[in-house]
Design a protein around this ligand. Structure first.
Ligand SMILES: NC(=O)c1ccc[n+]([C@@H]2O[C@H](COP(=O)([O-])OP(=O)(O)OC[C@H]3O[C@@H](n4cnc5c(N)ncnc54)[C@H](O)[C@@H]3O)[C@@H](O)[C@H]2O)c1
Length: 325
């Protein structure tokens, strides 16, 4: 028996609705059962490209009995209300990152899923990016020794189009790339948890009402510090990764090249391939056979707590302590 999947949002910006539809089709134990988008032309595209039932309303999709899992591929401000509605209709939910806009919304989503006895997860697919898998492999090998500082950055020059440039829709660097980079760092430093956040944000370069550059320092409760730098107004990018430990330093200037340097010299490290399909495989095995869920909603809630604290810090110019309740 397969779990029927309904995709919500068949957007054009990065073809993410198509990506999710194709991923579902490629995953054993899942079956693409329907698609809904609020825009009629995107519904037409979904009908033509996917050849499955396309719904005219969200209510119609969540009422469909053959759909057991709803996947949200919509702007960030819609994730919480759509997720809660789907949970209350008795569906499992996977939402795209960012999970939602803040921890208050995250708590409501988690409570609704718990009440329904259904799964809630977040598409933190960048835990399976080749560069991140390489970082994990190198750290787990012990070659870097005790890590004391991590820098992770995605920046460049691009225009945040459509809802991505509108703050009320959940646009902005912290929600966009920030949600991935914070999640990766939290996964790297576990079981230690984020304790104090200090952030500086800038706006400019593009005609939008979001922060177009944010630099966030996170101090973990084991003393490790991390700096996350995301922005779309930088003509020269920072390195993708710089990790310093008491034995060696690890450096990735971009997504494809990696170097480890210690007292003995420098070696090039082969970069892993992306393995995004593993996330859907895990979700399918979780729903069909009870395998442990790889991306737990509480983990993405921690990401939202760091983002909440980063916004507060950037506004006040003060560091913000976060509780790990
Ligand atoms: N994980 C990744 O690597 C990755 C990459 C790109 C985008 N994303 C995420 O995917 C999500 C969507 O981003 P996108 O780039 O596809 O945006 P997009 O603008 O291309 O598509 C969003 C779609 O949602 C539809 N929509 C808006 N409100 C809706 C509603 N209430 N109900 C139904 N449909 C609605 C829009 O009509 C549009 O077609 C975001 O959460 C974004 O962060 C993730």
């Amino acid at each position: 028996m397969s779990v029927g999947v309904g995709i919500v949002g068949y957007g054009a910006q990065f073809s993410m609705g198509k990506h999710h539809s194709d991923s579902v089709k490629a995953t054993e134990g899942l079956e693409l059962a329907g698609i809904y988008d609020i825009e009629p032309e995107r519904r037409t595209a979904a009908r033509e490209e996917q050849g499955v039932a396309v719904f005219d309303s969200y209510e119609g999709l969540v009422a469909e009995l053959s759909i057991g899992l709803v996947v949200l591929v919509t702007p960030h401000d819609t994730h919480a209300p759509l997720s809660i509605q789907a949970s209350r209709a008795g569906k499992h939910v996977m939402t795209e990152k960012a999970m939602c806009l803040n921890t208050k919304e995250a708590d409501s989503m988690i409570a609704a899923a718990k009440e329904a006895g259904k799964t809630l997860t977040v598409y933190q697919n960048r835990r399976w990016d080749g560069d991140f898998l390489t970082v994990k492999m190198v750290l787990e090998s012990g070659a870097v020794g005790r890590v004391f500082q991590v820098e992770s950055s995605v920046n460049g020059w691009w225009y945040p189009a459509g809802w991505r440039g509108i703050r009320a829709c959940g646009g902005g660097m912290l929600y966009d790339w920030g949600a991935h980079l914070v999640d990766q760092i939290v996964q790297l430093i576990l079981p230690a948890m984020p304790k104090i956040v200090f952030a500086v944000s800038h706006a400019g370069a593009h005609d939008v009402d979001i922060e177009t550059q944010s630099t966030v320092t996170v101090l973990f409760d084991n003393g490790v510090s991390a700096e996350i730098d995301v922005g779309c107004m930088s003509h020269i990018a920072r390195p993708r990764w710089l990790i310093r430990g008491d034995k060696a330093a690890f450096h990735m200037p971009d997504w494809k090249h990696a170097t480890l340097k210690d007292q003995g010299g420098e070696v090039q490290i082969g970069v892993e391939e992306d393995r995004w399909a593993d996330l859907y495989k895990n979700l399918s095995r979780h729903l069909n056979y009870g395998e442990e869920l790889a991306v737990k909603p509480e983990q993405s809630r921690t990401v939202m707590a760091v983002i909440d604290a980063a916004f507060a810090s950037a506004e006040t110019g003060k560091s913000v302590a976060i509780g790990n309740d």
